[in-house]
Design a protein around this ligand. Structure first.
Ligand code: HEC
Ligand code: HEC
Length: 284
């Protein structure tokens, strides 16, 4: 315990984390999109969270300028990628000569609410992500190649699908057949890894709302994913973000689409149960 505390303090000092409570949340505290959709950016923590009373959206920790980009769909660069996905939606691909629209005749609107409950357990009792649902249609129903897990086309399509849940309350199931996956994800979240010997919780639970280098630490919630990042000017998936955070602590990241990252996604999503889906969000 004492050793762990020492190590964390040392690692955090190495990362130039500044004193707790020094930072203030971004200047805007209410997220209203297009002047009419108001999204609550905090909620009472779900019962399973032992160390946090309120869960908060990553949006509140961003600068006023970055926040503003998410407040108007014309300013939000994510919509360039949503448009890419709308083109893909109607594009025939694969041996069956079908497009998404051939079968999902009511349009992507058919997926309203889906992202708020993902990932989830499928009929075979296995954990399944939105990305896998899309690729299942591509490989099994269209006779097409799967899209790469976090690459452009998939990130665009899952952004379009996520948008249909914008304003829905996150509510992923963690009981029943989901429980073992959730437990595995929780264990990963609290396990120290990498040269810096840190866990997700060391930053996103113990130190959110403080500055780490020039960055304002959030709770690492995923209710806004996929998210457009100014840093790389594209849509970033949850697994890509997990990978980036693991690399930052000099740990070997799990693969995108791996069982580990899927379990972690379920666990992290469940830490946001009660928050509202903001997809597609904007971050630095
Ligand atoms: C040949 C018909 C067909 C095509 C083409 C097709 N799908 Fe599907 N899709 C289905 C069926 C059938 C289901 C399962 C039943 C359902 O939930 O609608 C499904 C389910 C889904 C689901 C899960 C919906 C839910 O609520 O559980 C998503 C997401 C999805 N498809 C996305 C896509 C996308 C994106 C494309 C194009 C890349 C596509 N599908 C192409 C037939 C198709
Ligand atoms: C050394 C501290 C540190 C650790 C450890 C860390 N992260 Fe992060 N993480 C950050 C920083 C800094 C950011 C960018 C600012 C922010 O949104 O918090 C970030 C961002 C995120 C985001 C994006 C949040 C948003 O609103 O867009 C997610 C999700 C995330 N981290 C998940 C994780 C997970 C899962 C782990 C464990 C595998 C982890 N992080 C470990 C520092 C860390």
């Amino acid at each position: 315990m004492g050793m762990n505390l020492f190590k964390t303090t040392a690692a955090i000092a190495g990362l130039a984390l500044m004193g707790t409570g020094m930072a203030t949340a971004g200047e805007e505290s209410a997220l209203t999109i297009n002047g009419d959709l108001t999204i609550p950016t905090s909620a009472s923590a779900p019962a399973h969270l032992e160390n946090i009373d309120m869960v908060t959206s990553g949006w509140i920790y961003r600068t006023k300028e970055t926040q503003a980009l998410q407040m108007d769909d014309f300013d939000n660069p994510s919509f360039v990628f949503v448009d890419v996905a709308l083109d893909l939606w109607d594009k025939v691909d694969g041996s069956e000569g079908k497009a998404c629209s051939s079968c999902h005749e009511n349009g992507p609107e058919e997926f309203a609410g889906l992202t708020a409950s993902m990932p989830r357990i499928n009929a075979e009792g296995q954990l399944e992500t939105t990305t896998e649902l899309v690729n299942e249609c591509r490989t099994e129903r269209m006779g097409a190649e799967p899209w790469k897990y976090s690459k452009g086309k998939m990130a665009a399509m899952t952004s379009l699908i996520g948008l249909q849940s914008r304003g829905s309350v996150v509510n992923v199931a963690i009981d029943g057949a989901a429980a073992p996956y959730w437990e595995k994800g929780k264990e990963l979240y609290y396990t120290r890894v990498g040269q810096l010997d840190m866990s997700c919780s060391n930053c996103h639970e113990d130190n959110y709302d403080v500055m780490i280098r020039a960055d304002h630490l959030s709770q690492g919630q995923i209710n806004g994913f996929p998210t457009y990042r100014l840093k790389n000017a594209k849509m970033n998936t949850t697994h890509a973000r997990f990978k980036g955070c693991m690399k930052n602590i000099r740990a070997k990241p799990f693969g995108q689409g791996s069982d580990e990252f899927k379990a972690l996604e379920l666990y992290v999503a469940s830490r946001g149960n009660g928050l509202t889906v903001e997809t597609p969000s904007v971050r630095n």
